[in-house]
Design a binder for this molecule. Sequence first.
Ligand code: BF8
Ligand code: SF4
Length: 626
Amino acid sequence: MYKINSPLTITEDGIQLLKKAEKDNVETVWDRHKAQQPQCGFCDMGLSCRICIMGPCRVDPFGEGPQAGVCGADADIIVARNLCRMIAAGAASHSDHGRDLVEVLASVATNSAPGYTIREEGKLKLLAQEYGVETEGKEILAIAGELAQAMMEDYGMRKKQITLVKRAPEKRRKVWETVGITPRGIDRETSEMMHRTHMGVDNNWQSLLVQGLRNALSDGWGGSMIATEVSDILFGIPTPRPTMVNAGVLKDDHVNIVVHGHNPVVSEMISLACISPLLLELAKRKGAKGINLAGVCCTGNELLMRRGIAMAGNHLMTELILSTGAVDMMIVDYQCIMPSIGKVAACYHTKIISTSDKAKFPGMEHHEFHPENAQKKAMSIVEMAINNFPNRKEVFIPVKPQAAVGGFSVETIVKALGGTADPLIDAIKAGKIRGAVGIVGCNNPKIMHDYGHVTLTRRLIENDILVVDTGCVSVANAKAGFKVPSAIEMAGPGLKEICGSLGIPPVLHLGSCVDNVRILVLVSALANALGVDISDLPVAGSAPEWYSEKAVTIGVYCVASGITTHLGPMPPIAGSMNVVKLLTQGLEDVVGATFAVEPDPEKAALFLIRHIEKKRAGLGLDSRSL
Ligand code: BF8
Ligand code: SF4
């Protein structure tokens, strides 16, 4: 299906649209990446510091130039501080996304968020119980209000530990207690991380990194987990549903609206406006057959999981799909939105709308969404998109869409297994499924677009390893055809048998990046069922093409939760062998898992297969040698 004939992308739509962009004189992320070469070697190794203005400073990696910054910070301190600030930024991003959802939940409770509602009363009550909110004899909205307040407390400093930490297996919680990394408050850990990395505070690279682990855990078992759970309560628990992916999901005879960003608070309202009879009628009057809503990046994943909305592309496709000339409007919220988007759109008729008070971009029209006005705003914005349809010029939709199934939540996986995780555990024990790997994260122009994801996934399923994916990986894998039931033909015999009997593909789409917490919940259930720690399970994580600070935080909370994690691109830590050794070896003794860095997905697959076989042997299960 793919021609691996381009150094930039393995995808056919990507190849065609790169040519189109070049023809239209559109500058892309790859052009800018090229223009940045050579990128700074000090920064690449984490050896530059601009935390204070006695600097900027840098440490010479060859031992000839300065070995300390003006303040005296050496390579270990500078590298650790830089990495910790990445963790803090990633944790802040996910957790702020979670906070916005909690605010919507609070507004729903007071009837001040027209259009939003409680879609999952059962899940609301379960969460309320976890938070110690009394549910007996109470109105649903009253429970929602109290739950929102209780969640807000998780963000603060009134607790010894955040609530959802209780979901982790007991053995894991003991590890966190022993190491001293049980997260206390979501904002507290990020704030303390920023404090410790200020000039003249924590200048011990080990204790900095220990706080980095706690900060990341405050995201995984806090901010991100709240984001996912409240999204399910407000918008529905995802269930498997058919969808379409790639740039071919755009329709030349429909008004095409693309949502981009992360938070479903805006995109959900847009999706409702797109099926309004009034607006559909207007679209027809303007000469369109209908309104076609598609997604890119994680807000697209959120809609795909719950509504089956089509996905036009992942991170590196966000500029290119505008080059189709078919996008009448792109609506963005926040995170991973390149500030170049407005400039690309200006080459076409595309209108770009920013919606968040905290995310403004050059060349975009700003229409701020808040819980109380979102419903009305969504209607007026979609109307603007329809009115833009007649302004279209040349349209180039290069490929036919690829079918896929998306929307696996833990709840639906357990349901597909017949109500308990036992069939999955039996299949793992019998060796039909060797283990599972969560492949997560982004695209990065340093790596051929989607090559890392697709190659790694193919090798793992061939070796009977179940793959679950989120974020931008999920689009890459869907485009590669791994997410239709017939994809079991690409799987090894054991995985093929199990997935075939359950009627599921060998690669399961678990959602957006905050939804990586669904992986934490799933592995906790497996560990509890087997009476072991997460770090004993034949599972691993991988981010073959990661780029963002959020991905660093995800990787760190996975490792701190006991999941050994592979990274494609090297994080900026090579300037300190102490930090490298701690993250790739030393953490094994601390949290029972480590990082491994390997840009080549073929070699990464071997590493992950060996890791899984080793964990199987540790559990007394049969183990293959490679
Ligand atoms: O949160 S996978 S490029 S879109 S950071 Fe961004 Fe990376 Fe995509 Fe979603 Ni996640
Ligand atoms: Fe330089 Fe130290 Fe300031 Fe960093 S904190 S910029 S190393 S003086």
